[in-house]
Design a protein around this ligand. Structure first.
Ligand SMILES: Cc1ncc(COP(=O)(O)O)c(C=O)c1O
Length: 402
C-alpha cells in the first residue's frame, strides 16, 4: 500500500515543512547528499513496486499486522476507559524501529549504497538497522554513546551477532545526541554512506519519510479498534523521544477531531535542568541536527544535558511534526518521570504478562493518568512501542523485581 502523506486536509503535513518547523539546515557539503535521498524517496513513494516489496517484508519478515491486545487486568487496576495495546513489541527485533529501517534500507538499495550507518540510544534502532543490513547484504556501523553501550548491553551483543560494528561515542554526555553528532560527522567524511536515521527527526526528507514508514502502526490500529469496539478510541497515547512511534500511530487519526492525540515526554528524575528530556514541556523553538523544532538548551544556547531512565527518550529535541501539533494544539504533550514509568512497567508485567520497554512504559504511565479521567465505556489506544528484554539489567539493579 502506498501511504505517503502529502495531502493536507488537517493542515498537516506539508512535505518537509511542518508550519515553521522542519526544513533543512545543513553544512554545504551535505546538501547534495541529503537532496539525493529526497529525490529518490519522491520516486520510491510513487512506485507501486517499491511498496509491494516493503509490504511483503512487513508481512512476511516483520510479522505485521501486529496484534491489538485489550489490557483488561491493567484497566481493572487503574479504572476508567478500556485500554488497548498496539503490540509493536511483537515485531521482529522487538520494536517499531524495524518498520522504518526496512523502508529506508530499500531506498539505500535503490541508490546503490553498500553501507548503512545509524545512531542508537536504546539499541532497538541499532538492532533493526543491523538486521536490515544483514538481510540486504550491506555493511553496517552503529554509533552509540558509551553510557548507552553500558546500560543496553544485550542490544550491543545482538548488533554484533548480526555482523554490525558498534562504534562507541565518548563525547559529551555519551548518549543519543552525541551518537547523532558522530553519525553526521561520519556522513560528512564519507558521503557514499547511507545514514539511516532512527526517528522522525533530521533534515528533510527524514521526518516525513520516517512518518510515512511508521504510519502503518496507526493505519492498522485504527482498523483494529473499529473492528473490535465498533468505534474510535477517545485517546491515542504514545511515548515521545524523537517522536517516530508517536507520529506513526497518530497519523491515521489526525483528521478524527474527537480523538485526542497524547504524547508522553520523559520527565526523568525531575523537571530541573539536566534531569529530564521533556522538550515540548520545557524547550523553545531552535535548530539542532539539521532541522527546526523545539530544543532544550543550556544558558549558552547549546543543546542541554538530558536524562531519562529510558535510553531511547533522552534526546534534547523532538520531531518537527510534534512541534507543529503542539503549537496548533492538535496534540497534547504530557510528561511522566522515571518513577511513574517504573510503576507502569511493573503493573503491566504483573497484570498482563507483558514486559514493556522502559520507553513504552512512559506511554503506559501516561495512560494511567488519562484513562481514569474517562468513562468505562470509552477506550484508549496505547502504542506499546517495544519489548523490555533490553532493560532487564537496569530493572534488576533498581531492585524492583524478585
Ligand atoms: C522501544 C522504543 N520506544 C520508543 C523509542 C523512542 O523513539 P521514538 O520517539 O522515535 O519512537 C525508542 C527509541 O529507541 C525505543 O527503543
Amino acid at each position: 500500500m502506498n501511504f505517503f502523506t502529502d495531502k493536507n486536509a488537517a493542515g498537516f503535513p506539508l512535505r518537509g515543512k511542518y508550519g515553521e518547523f522542519g526544513g533543512s539546515y545543513l553544512p554545504e557539503s551535505l546538501v547534495p547528499v541529503i537532496e539525493e535521498i529526497a529525490t529518490v524517496y519522491e520516486t520510491c513513494r510513487r512506485d507501486p513496486a517499491f511498496y509491494a516489496e516493503l509490504d511483503d517484508l512487513l508481512k512476511n519478515y516483520v510479522g505485521r499486522p501486529s496484534a491489538l491486545t485489550e489490557a483488561k487486568n491493567f484497566t481493572r487496576k487503574i479504572g476508567g476507559a478500556r485500554i488497548f495495546l498496539k503490540r509493536e513489541d511483537l515485531n521482529h527485533t522487538g520494536a517499531h524501529k524495524i518498520n522504518n529501517c526496512l523502508g529506508q534500507a530499500l531506498i539505500a538499495k535503490r541508490m546503490g549504497k553498500k553501507k548503512l550507518i545509524a545512531e542508537t540510544g536504546a539499541g532497538m534502532h541499532g538492532v533493526a538497522t543491523a538486521t536490515v543490513a544483514a538481510l540486504l547484504g550491506m555493511e553496517c556501523d552503529i554509533y552509540m554513546g558509551e553510557v548507552d553501550i553500558a546500560r543496553q548491553a544485550p542490544n550491543v551483543l545482538r548488533m554484533k551477532a548480526l555482523g554490525a560494528r558498534v562504534v562507541s561515542v565518548a563525547a559529551g554526555q555519551k548518549t543519543l545526541k552525541e551518537a547523532v553528532d558522530a553519525a553526521l560527522e561520519e556522513l560528512i567524511r564519507d558521503p557514499s554512506l547511507f545514514y539511516l536515521i532512527g526517528s522522525a527527526v533530521g533534515p528533510h526528507p527524514y521526518p516525513t519519510m520516517v512518518q510515512d514508514f511508521q504510519s502503518v502502526i496507526g493505519r492498522e490500529a485504527r482498523a483494529q479498534m473499529l473492528e473490535r469496539t465498533g468505534a474510535l478510541p477517545q485517546a491515542v497515547i504514545a511515548c515521545v523521544g524523537g517522536g517516530s512511534n508517536a507520529i506513526g500511530v497518530f497519523t491515521a487519526f489526525l483528521e478524527d477531531k474527537n480523538v485526542r492525540l497524547i504524547g508522553v515526554e520523559p520527565a526523568g528524575s525531575s523537571l530541573e535542568y539536566g534531569k529530564h528530556a521533556a522538550t515540548l514541556t520545557i524547550g523553545a523553538p531552535g535548530v539542532l541536527h539539521g532541522y527546526r523544532s523545539y530544543v532544550l538548551t543550556d544558558v549558552k544556547g547549546e543543546a542541554a544535558e538530558v536524562y531519562s531512565i529510558a535510553s531511547g527518550l533522552d534526546y534534547p529535541s523532538v520531531g518537527p511534526a510534534h512541534a507543529m501539533l503542539h503549537d496548533n494544539k492538535r496534540g497534547e504533550y504530557i510528561h511522566a518521570g522515571d518513577e511513574e514509568a517504573l510503576a507502569a512497567f511493573k503493573l503491566l508485567c504483573h497484570t498482563e504478562g507483558i514486559i514493556p520497554a522502559l520507553e513504552s512504559a512512559h506511554a503506559l504511565a501516561g495512560a494511567m493518568k488519562i484513562a481514569p479521567t474517562l468513562s468505562p465505556e470509552g477506550t484508549v489506544l496505547v502504542n506499546l512501542s517495544g519489548r523490555g528484554d533490553k532493560d532487564m539489567e537496569t530493572i534488576a539493579k533498581l531492585g524492583i523485581i524478585g
